[in-house]
Design a protein around this ligand. Structure first.
Ligand SMILES: Cc1cc2nc3c(=O)[nH]c(=O)nc-3n(C[C@H](O)[C@H](O)[C@H](O)COP(=O)(O)OP(=O)(O)OC[C@H]3O[C@@H](n4cnc5c(N)ncnc54)[C@H](O)[C@@H]3O)c2cc1C
Ligand code: FES
Length: 264
């Protein structure tokens, strides 16, 4: 182990990683590949990393990004420029170093039944990792929803790992016109599980759909984060548990939750 690399626990890597590649895949959305580590290579779909560019001039909190793929060599992350943190990340170049902590959180559980994957916008990123793990499951279907064709990304990559990929856009400029929940209503067969990541209104409507159709649903939630490790309670969401409502931490109990229990 490099002396600058420390382990915050046996399973979590904390140290510098090198940017192997960074590309703007669609306007404002970047795919960055960083070097992996023994711990990062054991990441599961739905887990996330906390990253901070070493080159930044101002001090900011790290930013959470879902792991879009991970193996022994590289970890892939897909992000959209929103504010200064992601702007710094977009200015990285090949060979730069970034500080990485992860894998963090609890991701999607392994399932053997036919699954419907549902990704909205940037929410498609962690589903690529999940789709790769399910690639031998012929019955898995994926619905990707985007605002328009200019925001759509990774479609060919998804098609290379899954046979049943459906795309919809709000304006009909790519795939069919409409939203992810509507498309799932059209294509559903005998699937009993939905795994979803995307904007909260999409997750809310999919959770209602799953309830009406007696399906299980797992959703990946996003909240602003402070520590990323379960200590600051900055990322809590309301969850139904044992007939009561309680707060759970997206960084620790999540980011993937049983969608039927989330209070949206
Ligand atoms: C578990 C987790 C996984 C994530 N995975 C990804 C990913 O794979 N790709 C990706 O592009 N983004 C992801 N995000 C969101 C990403 O972390 C935020 O977009 C990022 O923190 C914004 O940082 P910023 O400094 O660029 O923006 P800021 O300057 O901090 O904020 C800019 C704008 O973005 C909003 N914003 C910031 N953070 C969030 C958030 N967590 N949720 C919703 N709105 C936010 C702010 O309210 C503000 O309007 C994830 C967030 C979480 C919690
Ligand atoms: S970010 Fe601190 S508890 Fe989740």
């Amino acid at each position: 182990m490099n002396s600058r690399e420390k382990l915050s626990s046996e399973k979590i890597f904390f140290g510098l990683r090198e940017v192997i590649n960074i590309n703007e895949i669609v306007k404002g959305t970047f795919l960055v590949e960083i070097s992996s580590s023994a711990q990062l290579s054991k990441s599961g779909p739905g887990q996330f990393v906390y990253i901070i560019p070493k080159t930044q001039k101002r001090t900011i909190l790290p930013r959470p990004l879902c792991i879009a793929d991970a193996d022994a060599d590289t970890v892939k992350l897909i992000f959209k420029v929103k504010g200064k943190g992601t702007l710094y990340l977009s200015e990285l170049s090949k060979g730069d170093k970034i500080s990485v902590m992860g894998p963090l959180g609890k991701g999607f559980q392994a399932v053997n039944e036919p699954v419907l994957l549902a990704g909205g916008g940037l929410g498609a990123a962690p589903l690529y990792f999940l789709a790769k793990k399910l690639r031998n499951n012929e019955k898995t279907s994926l619905v990707l929803g985007f605002k328009n064709k200019d925001e759509a990304y990774f479609i060919n990559e998804f098609k290379s790992v899954l046979r049943n990929v459906f795309v919809c856009t709000d304006d009909g400029s790519l795939g069919s016109r409409g939203n992810v929940t509507g498309k799932i209503g059209e294509i559903i067969k005998d699937e009993k599980i939905i795994c979803a990541c995307g904007p909260r209104p999409m997750l809310k409507s999919l959770s209602a759909f799953a309830g009406e159709n007696k399906m299980r649903i797992f959703v990946s939630l996003e909240e602003r984060m402070g520590c990323g490790m379960g200590a600051c309670l900055g990322c809590v969401v309301k969850i139904r548990s044992g007939g009561k409502e309680e707060y759970q931490r997206v960084c620790k109990e999540g980011p993937v939750f049983d969608g039927s229990k989330v209070i949206y």
